[in-house]
Design a protein around this ligand. Structure first.
Ligand SMILES: *Cc1c(COP(=O)(O)O)cnc(C)c1O
Length: 396
C-alpha cells in the first residue's frame, strides 16, 4: 500500500515546486467525507475550493458522467452536441436575461474570454484601459493575471499587455473616479474570495453597476467562486438586484469536472464574431453533463435553502465561540472565513486536519470554509463542537 508520506515524497520529486507539497494524499470521497491513502477519514469543509457542490461521488454526478463518457466524450467545436445546448439554455433560464454563453475548461479561461470581449468592446468604442481591485483574484493566465491585484503572484510576471488600474475593493468613490469614458471594463468579484472571503459594504455592487452604466464601461462580474449556490443564491449578483454585462463562472459549476463559462448579456454577448475565440475542450460533453447534473440536483433537492440554513448554523456557531485566537466570522451562505486575531491560520489548518477536518489557511489570519452544498446540520455541528479545542491547540 502507498502511504501518505511515500506519495508526498514522490510528488516532491516529480512535480514543479509551484504548489509546494500538499499535506495529505486523498484516495476517495463520499458525500462530505474524504479518506486519505492511509485510510483516515476527514470531514471536507473546503470542497476542493468551492468546487464539489454536490459532495463526493454524488449518484447524480456519477450517473451523468458515466452515461455521457460511455456515449460521447468529445466532439471539439467543429461539431455541436445536445449537453452543451441544454447547459447553455439552463444557465440562461437561471439568469432570466437575454444573453449568450461561451464554455471554457476553467475559471481563468472564462476570464480570458471576458478580457477579449472587453478589449474588442474597448477598441470599438475608443476605450483603452480596464479597472480591477486591489487584492482581487481573477486567475493565473496572463490576461486574468494582469487583472489580479495581488503583487506577490503578479509582479514578477509583468509587464502585461493590458492597461489595468487598481482601486481599493469596496470603495465606491475610488471606483467612480477610476471609471471614466475611456474605461472599457471593470472586473469585480461580488465578494473577494482569495483575498480572504471579504464582502464589500452593502450596496457596493449596485453602485458599481451604476458607475459602469453611466460611464459606458462593461461590468464584468467574476463569479467563479461565488456562484452556483455558494451564497444561497444561484448567482451572488442576483441578491444585489443588478445584471452585469459579462459574468464568469467555473469552480462549483461542474461539481468537480472541469468547466467554466463566460456569459455576455445584451450587447456584450454580441461582441465576438465568428473566429474571435475558441477552445478545443471547452464545453466538452462530459463536463456539460456534469454541470447539468449539478444544476438539476441543486434545484430538485432545494440545496439553495440548505445553503442558507446550514450556512447560518455554521456562521452563527463560529461567531458564538469565545476564544482569544478567534476574532469573528465573515462571508455568506456556505462561503465563510473564520478570522483570527493572529497570523496562525496554518496552525489551525494543521490541527484541524489532525482532528479530522479539512479547512483552508486562506490568509495568515483567515481560515476558509466552503463545504459541499449538501452538508448537513449534524456535520457542521461536529465541527463546531471541535472548534474550541482546535483553536486552543493551534494557539501556541
Ligand atoms: C478560482 C478563481 C479563478 C480562477 O479559476 P481557475 O479555475 O483556478 O483558473 C478566477 N476568479 C476567481 C474569483 C476565483 O475564485
Amino acid at each position: 500500500m502507498t502511504t501518505n508520506d511515500e506519495l508526498r515524497g514522490r510528488f516532491e520529486a516529480a512535480f514543479m515546486r509551484n504548489y509546494g507539497v500538499p499535506p495529505v494524499a486523498i484516495a476517495r470521497g463520499e458525500g462530505c467525507s474524504v479518506w486519505d491513502v492511509d485510510g483516515r477519514r476527514y470531514l471536507d469543509l473546503i470542497g476542493g475550493i468551492a468546487v464539489t457542490s454536490l459532495g463526493h461521488s454524488h449518484p447524480a454526478l456519477v450517473e451523468a458522467v458515466s452515461r455521457q463518457v460511455a456515449t460521447l466524450a468529445h466532439t471539439s467545436n467543429l461539431y455541436l452536441h445536445e449537453p452543451e445546448v441544454l447547459l447553455a439554455e439552463k444557465l440562461l433560464a437561471l439568469l432570466g436575461e437575454p444573453a449568450r454563453v461561451f464554455l471554457s475548461n476553467s475559471g481563468t479561461e472564462a476570464n480570458e474570454a471576458a478580457v477579449k470581449i472587453a478589449i474588442k468592446y474597448g477598441k470599438t468604442h475608443g476605450r483603452g484601459y480596464m479597472v480591477a481591485t486591489e487584492n482581487g483574484f481573477h486567475g493565473r493566465t496572463l490576461g486574468a493575471l494582469s487583472l489580479t491585484g495581488k503583487p506577490a503572484i503578479r509582479d514578477q510576471f509583468g509587464p502585461f499587455p493590458l492597461d489595468v488600474r487598481f482601486v481599493p475593493y469596496g470603495d465606491a468613490d475610488a471606483l467612480k473616479s477610476a471609471v471614466t469614458e475611456d474605461c472599457a471594463a471593470v472586473f469585480l468579484e461580488p465578494t473577494q474570495g482569495e483575498a480572504g472571503v471579504i464582502p464589500p459594504p452593502d450596496g457596493y455592487f449596485r453602485t458599481a453597476r451604476e458607475i459602469c452604466s453611466s460611464a459606458g464601461a462593461l461590468l464584468v462580474a467574476d463569479e467563479i467562486q461565488s456562484a452556483i449556490g455558494r451564497t444561497g443564491h444561484w448567482f451572488a449578483h442576483q441578491a444585489e438586484g443588478v445584471v452585469p454585462d459579462v459574468l464568469t463562472l467555473a469552480k462549483g459549476l461542474g461539481g468537480g469536472m472541469p468547466i467554466g463559462a463566460c456569459i455576455g448579456f445584451g450587447e456584450a454577448g454580441e461582441v465576438f464574431a465568428k473566429g474571435d475565440h475558441g477552445s478545443t475542450f471547452g464545453g466538452n460533453p462530459v463536463s456539460c453533463a456534469a454541470a447539468l447534473a449539478v444544476l438539476d440536483t441543486i434545484e430538485r433537492d432545494g440545496l439553495l435553502g440548505n445553503v442558507v440554513t446550514v450556512g447560518a448554523l455554521l456562521s452563527e456557531g463560529i461567531a458564538a465561540v469565545r476564544h482569544p485566537l478567534l476574532k469573528g466570522v465573515r462571508g455568506r451562505g456556505l462561503w465563510l472565513a473564520a478570522v483570527l486575531t493572529a497570523p496562525k491560520s496554518a496552525q489551525v489548518q494543521a490541527v484541524a486536519q489532525e482532528a479530522g477536518f479539512l479547512v483552508n489557511a486562506l490568509q495568515p489570519d483567515a481560515v476558509r470554509l466552503a463545504p459541499p452544498l449538501v452538508i448537513t446540520e449534524s456535520d457542521v455541528q461536529t465541527f463546531l463542537d471541535a472548534l474550541p479545542g482546535i483553536l486552543e491547540a493551534a494557539d501556541v
